[in-house]
Design a protein. Structure first.
Length: 389
């Protein structure tokens, strides 16, 4: 029997981990489950204007094929207006539409990197980057975020991680799951490091609009100190992950930006991945964001208040400071591994949380919970979690 030949880049460990195995068994048995890892807003009871969304997808103009590598100007103008509403100017010509931020990352990696080149990613962070790097033959190296009265970038650690093969630094603004926004000082330092070393800066801003303090946080999309790629989309901004509408905005020194956009346009032209109905629906879909964000922030703040109230009634656990996003990081006694704790909690209490190592926390004693879970489930899940200590 012949054996299939697979590329080394897909040589991942495809075995399910112990927590995933326990979760699958519980679901298969039909046992009750409180999921404190839920990240899909369409499953969390938020109200959408279904009539407006479905009507936008039925635009007659969608029946005409108009191949445009960057995306239809009509749709790019809608993204430009999104930034204008934030008080930031991003020209439609500086925007490339993609079906997801993952696709945007692939465009950027292909533009910047030869096989074996390196991209710096923050740690802790969401575990997507390793897979994106593998698929594009790019190596990821980590630079640390440290916690000391709040999260901050360890710039000494970042500069130590740089090598001659480094091509870009990724910043997640705010970080997932720590909820850390880059301060103005940190942003300036990142731009200085990248600009002085001829590195690109890649800013993932999918959670940018979700600030707990209420003030509007700055975007990297208007940066001109270094070549900068800013990624976002309606998956988080509008709570519409199924609509597959994202973008990357390019900024930086004028000549470098122009050369970059020409290369990106050829890559985008090769795939022509964005479909017409979504592009024509873009203004209506982006218009959903205010209603969705208002509902989500009410939910997040309510769950955060509930979490803090329960934490204040005990002494074993606490939460780390967060400034935005949809998650909270709890510090718990490291009496067993975070994975063992998550499995024990799932088996004994029917509550699903993410262990810290899922997000590359450097030490045990951390679990991550979603703040967009329905309030009653969230309260019950946290209560069950705290009984473990």
């Amino acid at each position: 029997m012949s054996k299939a030949h697979f590329a080394k880049r897909t040589n991942w460990n495809l075995e399910t981990n112990r927590l995933a195995d326990s979760l699958a068994k519980r679901r298969a048995a039909g046992k009750p489950l409180i999921d404190l890892t839920e990240s899909n807003p369409t499953k969390c009871g938020f109200e959408y204007d279904a009539r407006a969304i479905l009507a936008a997808l039925a635009a007659p103009a969608s029946l005409k094929y108009e191949p445009e590598p960057k995306g239809l100007e009509f749709a790019r103008q809608a993204v430009s207006r999104y930034y204008a509403g934030r008080g930031e100017r991003v020209a439609p010509d500086d925007i490339i539409l993609t079906t997801s931020t993952s696709e945007a990352y692939s465009f950027v990696f292909r533009t910047l990197c030869e096989p074996g080149d390196e991209i710096l990613i923050p740690a802790p962070s969401y575990p997507l980057f390793e897979f994106l790097g593998d698929i594009q033959d790019v190596k990821v190296r980590r630079y640390p975020l440290v916690y000391d009265y709040g999260w901050q970038i360890d710039f000494r650690g970042l500069e130590t991680a740089l090598t001659e093969r480094t091509r870009a630094v990724i910043v997640v603004h705010p970080n997932n799951p720590t909820g850390h926004f880059c301060s103005r000082a940190e942003s300036g330092k990142l731009k200085e490091i990248c600009g002085s070393r001829n590195l690109a800066l890649i800013a993932d801003e999918v959670f940018l609009d979700f600030s707990f303090a209420g003030e509007r946080r700055h975007s990297f999309a208007t940066s001109d100190a270094a070549l900068t790629f800013t990624l976002s989309g309606i998956s988080k901004i509008c709570g519409l992950p199924q609509m597959k509408f994202a973008w990357l905005a390019v900024s930086g020194p004028r000549e470098t930006k122009a050369k970059t956009l020409m290369r990106l346009e050829i890559i985008a032209d090769t795939y022509l991945s964005m479909n017409a109905p979504i592009q024509h629906a873009a203004p209506a879909l982006l218009a959903q964001r205010e209603n969705f964000q208002r509902q989500l922030m009410v939910r997040v703040r309510s769950n955060l208040d509930e979490l803090d109230g329960q934490l204040n009634r005990q002494k074993a656990c606490g939460r780390l400071e967060l400034q935005g996003g949809w998650n909270a990081v709890l510090r718990v006694p490291a009496t067993r591994s975070d994975e063992d704790l998550a499995i024990e909690l799932l088996d004994a209490k029917g509550v699903h949380v993410h262990p810290g190592h899922f997000y590359d926390f450097a030490t045990e004693g951390h679990v991550v919970v979603s703040l967009i879970t329905a309030e009653s489930e969230f309260a019950d899940g946290i209560k069950a979690l705290l009984t473990m200590f």
